[in-house]
Design a protein around this ligand. Structure first.
Ligand SMILES: [Mg+2]
Length: 227
Protein backbone atom coordinates (compact mmCIF):
# COMPACT_ATOMS: atom_id res chain seq x y z
CA UNK A 1 0.00 0.00 0.00
CA UNK A 2 1.35 3.45 -0.79
CA UNK A 3 1.86 5.73 2.17
CA UNK A 4 -0.59 8.66 2.42
CA UNK A 5 0.09 9.93 5.93
CA UNK A 6 3.13 10.09 8.21
CA UNK A 7 2.84 10.06 12.00
CA UNK A 8 5.99 11.03 13.87
CA UNK A 9 7.23 10.93 17.42
CA UNK A 10 9.23 13.97 18.60
CA UNK A 11 11.81 13.09 21.31
CA UNK A 12 14.61 11.02 19.79
CA UNK A 13 12.93 11.12 16.36
CA UNK A 14 12.48 14.66 15.00
CA UNK A 15 14.27 16.19 17.97
CA UNK A 16 17.09 15.48 20.40
CA UNK A 17 16.11 13.79 23.66
CA UNK A 18 18.69 16.07 25.28
CA UNK A 19 16.62 19.15 24.33
CA UNK A 20 13.93 18.05 26.77
CA UNK A 21 16.24 17.07 29.62
CA UNK A 22 19.02 19.61 29.19
CA UNK A 23 17.00 22.63 28.02
CA UNK A 24 13.24 22.42 28.68
CA UNK A 25 13.19 20.91 32.16
CA UNK A 26 16.03 23.06 33.56
CA UNK A 27 14.34 26.14 32.06
CA UNK A 28 11.09 25.31 33.85
CA UNK A 29 12.92 24.56 37.11
CA UNK A 30 14.76 27.89 37.02
CA UNK A 31 11.86 30.06 35.89
CA UNK A 32 8.86 28.50 37.58
CA UNK A 33 9.25 30.25 40.98
CA UNK A 34 9.37 33.75 39.53
CA UNK A 35 6.58 32.95 37.06
CA UNK A 36 4.28 31.69 39.82
CA UNK A 37 5.01 34.69 42.04
CA UNK A 38 4.36 37.16 39.20
CA UNK A 39 1.16 35.49 37.99
CA UNK A 40 -0.32 34.06 41.22
CA UNK A 41 -3.31 36.40 41.04
CA UNK A 42 -4.29 35.32 37.53
CA UNK A 43 -7.19 32.82 37.53
CA UNK A 44 -5.37 30.21 35.39
CA UNK A 45 -2.35 30.17 37.72
CA UNK A 46 -4.42 30.47 40.93
CA UNK A 47 -6.45 27.43 39.86
CA UNK A 48 -3.26 25.37 39.43
CA UNK A 49 -2.00 26.51 42.86
CA UNK A 50 -5.30 25.31 44.37
CA UNK A 51 -4.74 21.99 42.57
CA UNK A 52 -1.22 21.79 44.07
CA UNK A 53 -2.71 22.26 47.57
CA UNK A 54 -5.34 19.58 46.89
CA UNK A 55 -2.93 17.04 45.38
CA UNK A 56 -0.28 17.52 48.11
CA UNK A 57 -2.81 17.38 50.94
CA UNK A 58 -1.47 20.72 52.23
CA UNK A 59 -4.65 22.78 52.12
CA UNK A 60 -2.99 25.67 53.98
CA UNK A 61 0.15 25.92 51.83
CA UNK A 62 1.05 29.54 51.09
CA UNK A 63 2.62 30.70 47.83
CA UNK A 64 6.20 29.93 48.86
CA UNK A 65 5.27 26.48 50.18
CA UNK A 66 3.32 25.85 46.94
CA UNK A 67 6.46 26.64 44.93
CA UNK A 68 8.55 24.34 47.15
CA UNK A 69 6.10 21.50 46.50
CA UNK A 70 6.25 22.12 42.73
CA UNK A 71 10.07 22.09 42.69
CA UNK A 72 10.07 18.89 44.76
CA UNK A 73 7.73 17.29 42.21
CA UNK A 74 10.11 18.26 39.40
CA UNK A 75 13.04 16.67 41.29
CA UNK A 76 10.96 13.51 41.80
CA UNK A 77 9.89 13.56 38.12
CA UNK A 78 6.29 13.35 39.31
CA UNK A 79 3.72 13.61 36.51
CA UNK A 80 1.35 15.84 38.48
CA UNK A 81 -1.28 17.61 36.37
CA UNK A 82 -0.89 21.08 37.98
CA UNK A 83 2.89 20.85 37.57
CA UNK A 84 2.55 19.96 33.89
CA UNK A 85 0.10 22.83 33.38
CA UNK A 86 2.39 25.39 35.05
CA UNK A 87 5.48 24.11 33.22
CA UNK A 88 3.53 24.54 29.99
CA UNK A 89 2.83 28.18 30.87
CA UNK A 90 6.50 28.83 31.73
CA UNK A 91 7.63 27.25 28.45
CA UNK A 92 5.06 29.24 26.48
CA UNK A 93 6.38 32.47 27.95
CA UNK A 94 9.97 31.37 27.19
CA UNK A 95 9.19 30.42 23.59
CA UNK A 96 7.21 33.60 22.97
CA UNK A 97 10.05 35.70 24.40
CA UNK A 98 12.49 33.95 22.05
CA UNK A 99 14.44 32.49 24.99
CA UNK A 100 13.54 28.93 23.99
CA UNK A 101 13.85 27.51 20.48
CA UNK A 102 12.46 24.04 19.79
CA UNK A 103 15.15 21.64 18.61
CA UNK A 104 14.43 19.83 15.32
CA UNK A 105 17.19 17.95 13.46
CA UNK A 106 18.02 19.56 10.07
CA UNK A 107 17.36 16.26 8.23
CA UNK A 108 13.90 16.10 9.83
CA UNK A 109 13.09 19.69 8.82
CA UNK A 110 14.19 19.01 5.24
CA UNK A 111 12.23 15.74 4.92
CA UNK A 112 9.08 17.09 6.57
CA UNK A 113 9.08 20.09 4.20
CA UNK A 114 9.62 17.84 1.17
CA UNK A 115 6.92 15.34 2.21
CA UNK A 116 4.48 18.18 2.86
CA UNK A 117 5.16 19.60 -0.60
CA UNK A 118 4.73 16.15 -2.13
CA UNK A 119 1.24 15.95 -0.62
CA UNK A 120 1.72 13.60 2.32
CA UNK A 121 -0.38 14.43 5.37
CA UNK A 122 1.88 14.88 8.41
CA UNK A 123 0.91 14.26 12.03
CA UNK A 124 2.68 14.31 15.39
CA UNK A 125 2.19 11.82 18.25
CA UNK A 126 4.12 12.65 21.42
CA UNK A 127 3.73 12.23 25.16
CA UNK A 128 4.17 16.00 25.47
CA UNK A 129 0.86 17.87 25.36
CA UNK A 130 -0.49 19.14 22.03
CA UNK A 131 0.22 22.66 23.30
CA UNK A 132 3.86 21.76 24.02
CA UNK A 133 4.18 20.13 20.57
CA UNK A 134 2.84 23.26 18.85
CA UNK A 135 5.23 25.48 20.82
CA UNK A 136 8.22 23.31 19.91
CA UNK A 137 7.42 23.33 16.18
CA UNK A 138 5.99 26.85 16.18
CA UNK A 139 9.10 28.41 17.75
CA UNK A 140 11.72 26.02 16.40
CA UNK A 141 15.36 26.51 15.43
CA UNK A 142 14.10 26.37 11.81
CA UNK A 143 11.30 28.88 12.35
CA UNK A 144 7.55 28.24 12.49
CA UNK A 145 6.97 24.71 11.14
CA UNK A 146 3.33 24.37 12.18
CA UNK A 147 2.00 24.80 8.64
CA UNK A 148 3.63 21.47 7.72
CA UNK A 149 1.37 19.49 10.05
CA UNK A 150 -2.24 18.42 9.63
CA UNK A 151 -2.76 17.44 13.26
CA UNK A 152 -1.26 16.66 16.66
CA UNK A 153 -1.92 13.76 19.04
CA UNK A 154 -0.86 13.32 22.66
CA UNK A 155 -1.64 10.74 25.34
CA UNK A 156 -5.30 11.76 25.36
CA UNK A 157 -5.38 9.36 22.36
CA UNK A 158 -3.96 6.66 24.66
CA UNK A 159 -0.52 5.47 25.88
CA UNK A 160 2.21 5.33 23.26
CA UNK A 161 2.98 1.63 23.78
CA UNK A 162 -0.60 0.35 23.23
CA UNK A 163 -1.98 -0.68 19.83
CA UNK A 164 -5.39 0.77 20.72
CA UNK A 165 -3.91 4.30 20.68
CA UNK A 166 -2.75 3.88 17.08
CA UNK A 167 -6.18 2.57 16.04
CA UNK A 168 -7.70 5.69 17.62
CA UNK A 169 -5.27 7.91 15.72
CA UNK A 170 -5.86 6.14 12.38
CA UNK A 171 -9.59 6.66 12.96
CA UNK A 172 -9.05 10.35 13.70
CA UNK A 173 -6.82 10.80 10.63
CA UNK A 174 -9.34 8.94 8.49
CA UNK A 175 -6.68 6.91 6.64
CA UNK A 176 -6.33 3.08 6.86
CA UNK A 177 -3.47 1.99 9.13
CA UNK A 178 -1.46 0.38 6.33
CA UNK A 179 -1.32 3.74 4.53
CA UNK A 180 0.17 5.46 7.60
CA UNK A 181 3.92 5.39 8.32
CA UNK A 182 4.86 5.76 12.01
CA UNK A 183 8.34 7.01 12.94
CA UNK A 184 9.79 6.53 16.43
CA UNK A 185 12.98 5.77 18.33
CA UNK A 186 11.26 3.39 20.79
CA UNK A 187 10.72 -0.23 19.76
CA UNK A 188 7.66 -0.74 21.99
CA UNK A 189 5.94 2.19 20.26
CA UNK A 190 6.83 0.79 16.83
CA UNK A 191 5.53 -2.64 17.88
CA UNK A 192 2.22 -1.12 19.03
CA UNK A 193 1.81 0.84 15.78
CA UNK A 194 2.61 -2.31 13.78
CA UNK A 195 0.02 -4.30 15.75
CA UNK A 196 -2.50 -1.61 14.78
CA UNK A 197 -1.62 -2.22 11.13
CA UNK A 198 0.63 0.79 10.52
CA UNK A 199 3.89 0.74 8.58
CA UNK A 200 6.92 1.57 10.74
CA UNK A 201 10.45 2.91 10.51
CA UNK A 202 12.69 3.17 13.56
CA UNK A 203 15.04 6.10 14.14
CA UNK A 204 18.34 5.16 15.79
CA UNK A 205 20.23 8.42 15.63
CA UNK A 206 23.22 7.04 17.54
CA UNK A 207 23.29 3.96 15.33
CA UNK A 208 22.04 0.47 16.15
CA UNK A 209 18.84 -1.33 15.24
CA UNK A 210 15.24 -1.37 16.45
CA UNK A 211 14.48 -5.08 16.28
CA UNK A 212 11.59 -6.02 13.99
CA UNK A 213 11.56 -2.68 12.15
CA UNK A 214 13.48 -1.03 9.34
CA UNK A 215 15.89 1.29 11.11
CA UNK A 216 17.55 4.49 9.87
CA UNK A 217 19.86 7.02 11.51
CA UNK A 218 18.38 10.04 9.69
CA UNK A 219 15.20 11.18 7.94
CA UNK A 220 17.37 11.81 4.86
CA UNK A 221 17.49 8.11 3.95
CA UNK A 222 13.77 7.35 4.40
CA UNK A 223 12.37 6.21 1.04
CA UNK A 224 8.58 6.52 0.95
CA UNK A 225 8.53 5.05 -2.56
CA UNK A 226 9.30 1.54 -1.33
CA UNK A 227 5.95 0.96 0.41
MG1 LIG B 1 10.78 9.17 21.23
Amino acid sequence: MPIRAILTDIEGTTSAVSFVFEVLFPYAFENLPQFVIEHAQEPAVAAQLDAVRAESGEAGADLIRGIEILLQWIVEDRKATPLKALQGMVWQQGYEAGLLKGHVYPDAVEALRRWHEEGYALYVYSSGSVQAQQLLFGCSVAGDLRSLFDGYFDTTSGPKREARSYLNIADAIGVPGDEILFLSDVVEELDAAQQAGMQTIGLAREGGRLVGHDTVASFAVIDLGRF
